[in-house]
Design a protein around this ligand. Structure first.
Ligand code: SF4
Length: 267
């Protein structure tokens, strides 16, 4: 399929149905750990919304009326966890983001079993200040949606290094607030070792200070999804990256929990 792909997660014990609005492998960021092969700079292409609708309907029919789960998914994981806007680039870079959400909601409304199905938007958050994206987010929020908002660094240097992003941390804070006020929002944070060096105390301190400020301002964050480098990057510098030790990750989790937020660690 062009836009729809299933992901079986043993960890989450279920299937996530991915919606890829960037089949052209283009993104407005270039994260150092990105697993999109042939990633290039740009935005999502024109989406054939009719095809997106047919593909999602076909996938849901195979799962809910057919034997897709029995044939492809191991015992214990034969259920749908969510529909996830997550693909080979930044989903909100699609000029049809809002229409794509409308399309997905419409298809989900056709089946009793999929009405109210959880929808997740995985985003780098850099475009959430645009009106049309916010309208889409509002629809997600009203429909049992959830956002995973990428925050790997709270410094301008760190955002450049980790995400290839030329974005001011104040803009990130602004977009995060807009996002969390429209739709339940988790932060999604990756930490890794680069060229043998762990993240600096300055970086971690800036991240925790950023969190503290958002909480003092009353930004309604759900929590933090904290990730270590579990799979190899597809970017040229892949060999310079390595996962941090589990003890390091657990210590960071414990430190972040002191903010009062729930922290879910994935190693
Ligand atoms: S935002 Fe996502 S798709 Fe874009 S470069 Fe980063 S990891 Fe890859």
């Amino acid at each position: 399929m062009t836009y729809i792909y299933p992901v079986i997660s043993r960890r989450a014990q279920g299937v996530s149905i991915g919606v890829n609005l960037n089949p052209n492998d283009k993104c407005n960021w270039r994260c150092t750990y990105c697993q999109v092969p042939n990633l290039s700079f740009g935005k999502g292409p024109t989406i054939d919304l009719g095809l997106l609708e047919r593909e999602l309907d076909e996938m849901l029919a195979a799962i809910f009326e057919g034997d897709y789960l029995e044939r492809h998914v191991p015992d214990g994981s034969q259920r749908v966890n969510d529909i996830a806007f997550s693909g080979n680039g930044e989903p909100t870079s699609s000029s049809q983001f809002e229409e794509a959400i409308d399309t997905v909601l419409e298809v989900l409304s056709r089946r009793e079993a999929t009405r109210g199905q959880k929808i997740v938007l995985i985003t780098n958050g850099s475009l959430l200040h645009h009106d049309s994206i916010r309208k889409g987010l509002g629809k997600l929020g009203a429909a049992n949606g959830e956002v995973w908002f990428k925050l790997d660094s709270a410094t301008a240097d760190g955002l450049k290094r980790m995400n290839g992003a030329h974005i001011d941390p104040d803009r990130v804070a602004h977009n995060l607030r807009l996002c969390a006020e429209l739709c339940p929002t988790w932060l999604q944070t990756m930490v890794l070792r680069r060229e043998g060096r762990d993240p600096s105390e300055e970086e971690i301190g800036a991240y925790t200070a950023f969190l503290g400020e958002r909480l003092r301002e009353g930004v309604p964050l759900r929590g933090i999804l904290l990730y270590g480098l579990a799979r190899k990057s597809y970017q040229p510098e892949a060999d310079t990256l390595a996962p941090l030790p589990a003890t390091w990750m657990r210590a960071l989790r414990d430190r972040l929990e002191q903010t009062g937020l729930e922290v879910r660690l994935s190693l």
